[in-house]
Design a protein around this ligand. Structure first.
Ligand code: 3H9
Length: 647
């Protein structure tokens, strides 16, 4: 399209205008046409739909390269003799932002988001991002943006100098006007700009923060190195280094794992049997029980804009629940996530009381009461008679059978499980449990609400522990076998933490507390298969009053919250092995990791065979988002398959 001597080039490659070979070729062709046409004095590049450009086409990674390559396209844009203005109509990510950085002027729509999220795919920007962005923002801000991969809102992009203007009215009109205005003037080419000065301390502070956040991942460290190099290196040398690093990382195991996670997240959204099913409208959510879990759920719902009706057994308990919810909001106020107005507005949408009849107004009720079957079934029977006929009932149980809870109601078809992870207002994972009788639109509503709560919902069938806790039980079992075989808790934790787990298994057990698992083992004692291997060390630990971090002693001793190795635990383990006549042997970190991975992956295969999980990648997402499994290893199913492939 051409207006007043300005050629508007619109990238139209649904769904996200990724920079496929056709798009790159199309851009080159448009520039060639503009160059040869004396009528055209300037060019505007924009995107069709709600995205500017979502980046390089991730689906092309791993395929043979097709000319023109993106860096060449951007060089051509930047070196173009006529002004090129980027009109950022929506997300400008990765290669998309790099295209914009190569233009001579950038205008963003107020809702546009900019970012270089390559590190989230295990790579670094490969078309100039690490070299051009610092020339606009300075080094510390560029390190922050590139090494975190975060999205930068348009207003912040303006204040950082990434864009030259934010359009208040029609973006395209503003871009065309800017382009026409620049025609014939000298052009500002990002590559030619000097990097704004910052002190060595400022640079190092930003780098140190980014390195700490990387937690064992390679690509953020490389991104930091490349940005820091802009202090001294010539642009062309920096670009050559960036490109070589990009190509090396693109073919790494880390990148393959993170690409798997990217596509896994998109695949998880596609749930069998829900094609074309409309979710029910939900604007008011009831939360029964406002303890640790319930208050977190209430805050997540308030953050997402829902009206929340909290229910407790008495008005005194309701008062305490409201205090807990307010305290969580205060924490977010203190950290700057919300402001005072935001807090007040959220509280205006909250009622907590001892009057269960208030739930008559709820569209969805989530129970988060004590995890006891009698307590939950009684509650659901009551709720069934209180809520509207079309309202949905959800249980937050971790281990009980939602079908049994549903069967206590007249309408089991409107019951599902919504299994949150603690702290519920922070953790991304939400297991959405499809009961035997759950209606498709009830499940679809659970998923829609989960997404609005900014969660990653994963659908699971019914079994003890659902996907996550079942895999975690297998992990726990194998970790205990390792103890008997010769490893100590600190060896196992060190191996798994070096592998990338947020915390080793024994540190996690101590954090969660040991008594719930102990109670479960006692309950199961009568029905346990006597021939199955059973490790009694955790029982001995609990009998000795060691219940984990809360009691100051568990698998470790805790001094001022810091875990230290306790010789008493080593003695206890050795005594237990001796009592069973076991001879311990040295077990190295590689064997520890391999065995624990295999235990998780085998249990995952069982979940797939039983139809509890729909796909292996769903299991990976559960373990990454709920249990601290490192995303850059791709999840236990991916990692075990990769290890088997490499062996
Ligand atoms: C890069 O740019 C490297 C360069 O530095 C150097 C190159 C030399 N490619 O997320 P959605 C698909 S690396 C291919 O549900 P939304 C996605 O799979 C790239 N496909 O939409 C899905 O397909 P399906 C850096 C892509 O509106 C569909 O689009 N860029 C790509 O919620 C819809 O996706 C990024 O990392 C892609 N780049 O969010 C950005 N992106 O329907 C990654 C998406 O078959 N993308 N698809 O399942 C995003 O963050 C979001 O997709 C976006 C839209 C915010 C753009």
């Amino acid at each position: 399209m051409q207006t007043a001597g300005v050629l508007v080039v619109t990238i139209d490659n649904a769904p996200v205008n990724a920079l496929s070979a056709d798009v790159r070729g199309g851009l080159m062709a448009a520039l060639a046409a503009a160059e040869g046409d004396a009528e055209i004095r300037a060019v505007v590049v924009t995107g069709a739909g709600k995205t500017f450009i979502g980046g390089a086409d991730i689906k092309e990674f791993g395929k043979p390269p097709v000319e023109p390559m993106l860096p060449a396209v951007i060089d051509r844009l930047e070196g173009f003799s006529k002004p090129v203005v980027a009109a950022l109509n929506g997300a400008a990510l990765g290669g998309g932002l790099e295209v914009a950085l190569g233009c001579h002027h950038r205008i963003a729509a107020s809702g546009a988001k900019l970012g270089l999220p390559e590190v989230k795919l295990g790579i670094v920007p490969g078309a100039g991002g690490t070299q051009r962005l610092p020339r606009l923002t300075g080094i510390p801000a560029a390190i922050d943006i590139i090494a975190s991969g975060r999205m930068v809102p348009a207003a912040e992009a303006l204040s950082l100098g990434i864009v030259d203007a934010v359009a208040t009215e029609n973006l395209l009109d503003a871009a065309v006007a800017a382009a026409a205005d620049l025609a014939g003037k000298s052009l500002r080419r990002t590559a030619e700009l000097a990097v704004p000065t910052s002190t060595a301390e400022e640079n190092e502070a930003a780098a140190a923060k980014a390195r700490a956040r990387a937690k064992g991942q390679t690509s953020p460290l490389e991104a930091v190195r490349l940005v820091l190099a802009t202090q001294n290196a010539a642009f062309a040398d920096g670009i050559a280094d960036e490109r070589a690093t990009f190509l090396r990382l693109r073919d790494s195991q880390e990148a393959a794992a993170l690409r798997h996670v990217f596509f896994a997240e998109r695949a998880a959204a596609k749930v069998e049997g829900l094609e074309g099913v409309e979710p029910r409208p939900v604007s008011t959510i009831g939360v029964v029980g406002t303890g640790l879990m319930g208050s977190g759920i209430a805050v997540a719902a308030l953050d997402a804009g829902y009206t929340v009706i909290g229910i407790e057994q008495t008005s005194e308990a309701a008062e305490k629940g409201k205090e807990r919810i307010t305290a969580l909001l205060d924490r977010n106020l203190k950290s700057g996530r919300i402001d005072a107005k935001g807090k007040a507005e959220r509280l205006s949408r909250l009622i907590v009381s001892g009057n269960i009849g208030n739930l008559a107004k709820a569209d969805l009720v989530i129970e988060a009461v004590f995890d006891d079957l009698d307590v939950k079934t009684l509650l659901f029977q009551r709720l069934d008679g209180i809520v509207r006929p079309d309202a949905i009932l959800a249980t937050n149980t971790s281990y009980l059978d939602p079908d049994v809870i549903a069967a206590a109601t007249q309408h089991p078809e409107r019951v599902l499980g919504l299994h949150f992870f603690s702290p519920a207002n922070v953790m991304k994972l939400l297991e959405v449990v499809r009961g035997a009788k759950t209606l498709p639109d009830v499940l679809a509503t659970g998923l829609a609400v989960a997404r609005k709560l900014n969660k990653l919902p994963i659908v699971t069938g019914v079994c003890e522990g659902f996907i996550g806790n079942r895999i975690f039980s297998a992990y726990r079992r194998e970790a205990e076998f390792l103890l008997e075989d010769g490893a100590l808790p600190q060896d196992i934790d060190a191996a798994m933490e070096a592998y990338g787990m947020a915390m080793g298994p024994f540190a996690v057990f101590d954090l969660a507390g040991l008594e719930i698992a102990w109670a479960r083992r006692k309950r199961q004692a009568a029905t346990r298969d006597p021939a199955a291997r059973y490790v009694d060390i955790p029982d001995r630990l609990c009998e000795a009053g060691r219940f984990g971090q809360k009691s100051g002693r568990g698998w470790y001793r805790y001094v001022d919250g810091k875990r230290t190795i306790d010789p008493a635990v080593t003695e206890l383990i050795e005594a237990s092995r001796a009592a069973k006549g076991l001879t311990p042997r040295a077990i190295d970190a590689d064997e520890i990791v391999s065995r624990l991975l295999k235990a998780m992956a085998d249990e995952g295969q069982a979940l797939l065979a039983e139809g509890i999980a729909a796909r292996a990648s769903d299991i990976d997402l559960v373990m990454i988002n709920g249990y601290g499994f490192p995303a850059y290893r791709g999840g236990p199913m991916f990692a075990a398959a990769a290890k088997a492939g490499a062996a």
